[in-house]
Design a protein around this ligand. Structure first.
Ligand code: DAH
Length: 343
């Protein structure tokens, strides 16, 4: 065992060049660890002549405390320095704008559909759905459109293998429901896609959305129908002018249409309304007595009212679009730019 003073000198010499935490850890093991010279010397005090022992022990203890103190000081400076270096290296500018991910949103047609359903729910209607690939019976025959009726031309659609059609309107749900003869009152709203074999232009598409509503109950009159349609138009389009006009549908008698004033119309050359100034958004009427009878609704006073909303056109008129087609072109730059236009 060397002179304790020498141990301190060696320690100091090494400490002066130990500049990181790893080296300091080594020094701690070497000078203060279980197998260090100091610990050994303390363990072997017995070998020191008795008269020098206390003095020697004190010297060893003093040196041990000095080593401990000087080492700890160096350790804490090294720790602080290394922390500062890490912080510097891993610096993050918290004021930098984040990576902004696009937020999704309801497709405008679905947003309008939701609003229509919300209004109808207030009036006690429930939502129903039905197949898009349909038997011609529900699309035509059951709705009083026999095979050679001109209305089949107006709603020419696509035929699918197995003598089925892509439904040309959501009125199919009316036929499907009445056939099951549920308990009265029946109050249903059925939104969905429909298909037509159309020459595509600004307002005519081969696929678009509709929403069918119907209500069957004792004592319904034409006034109920007008009331509902006025309420709906007023709720959705607030101050927009609307008007009723007589129409023909084989499945209603009498039949009416509801037009709203064209939002887009600047007069000349408006594509949205073909310069008419008005756009028909709803076809409606009292369910034809023949249909009521065919489905067995023969109780006196039981009447049905039905209405079909063109939710695609309603969306165009909601947003002030001239080309309804753009709604289905899936161009995010266009869809993302849509905002409701007041009016
Ligand atoms: N089905 C018609 C169409 O596609 C809309 C319609 C008219 C629905 C009158 C009805 C109705 O329920 O009663 O143009």
């Amino acid at each position: 065992m060397g002179n304790p003073q020498q141990i301190l000198e060696v320690f100091r010499a090494e400490l002066s060049v130990a500049d990181d935490q790893a080296k300091l850890r080594e020094l701690r093991v070497r000078f203060l660890g279980k197998k260090s010279e100091l610990k050994n010397a303390l363990k072997n005090l017995r070998e020191i002549p008795a008269e020098q022992r206390a003095d020697f022990a004190k010297q060893l203890n003093d040196i041990q405390s000095t080593v401990e103190r000087e080492l700890s000081e160096r350790e804490s400076t090294a720790r602080a320095r290394e922390l500062a270096q890490t912080l510097e290296a891993e610096w993050v500018d918290i004021e930098l704008p984040g990576v902004i991910t696009e937020r999704g949103a309801r497709h405008p047609v679905h947003a309008v559909e939701d609003r229509c359903l919300a209004v109808l729910r207030q009036l006690g209607f429930e939502v129903a759905t039905g197949p898009e690939v349909e038997s011609p019976f529900y699309n035509f025959d059951a709705l009083n459109i026999p095979p050679h009726h001109p209305a089949r031309d107006m709603q020419d659609t696509f035929w699918v293998q197995g003598d089925l059609v892509l439904r040309s309107h959501t009125s199919t749900i009316q036929a499907r429901t009445l056939e099951k003869r549920p308990e009265l009152p029946i109050k249903l709203a059925a939104p969905g896609r429909v298909y037509r074999n159309e020459a595509v232009d600004a307002t005519h598409l081969a696929m678009f959305h509709q929403l069918e509503g119907f209500w069957v109950e004792q004592g319904l009159t034409f006034a109920h129908l007008k009331g509902i349609l006025s309420f709906v138009a007023g709720s959705l389009y607030e101050n927009r002018k609307f008007r009723f006009k007589p129409k023909f549908y084989p499945y209603t008698e009498p039949s009416i249409g509801l037009d709203i004033a064209c939002l887009n119309c600047s007069g000349d050359g408006c594509e949205a309304c073909h310069q008419a100034g008005w756009v028909t958004i709803i076809g409606a009427g009292m369910i034809h007595p023949k249909i009521m009878k065919n489905f067995g609704y023969t109780e006196p006073g039981v009447r049905g009212i039905a209405f079909g909303w063109g939710t695609t056109r309603m969306t165009s008129q909601w947003l002030g679009l001239s080309r309804a087609k753009s709604l289905y072109e899936q161009d995010m730059r266009f869809l993302g730019s849509l905002r409701r236009r007041p009016g």
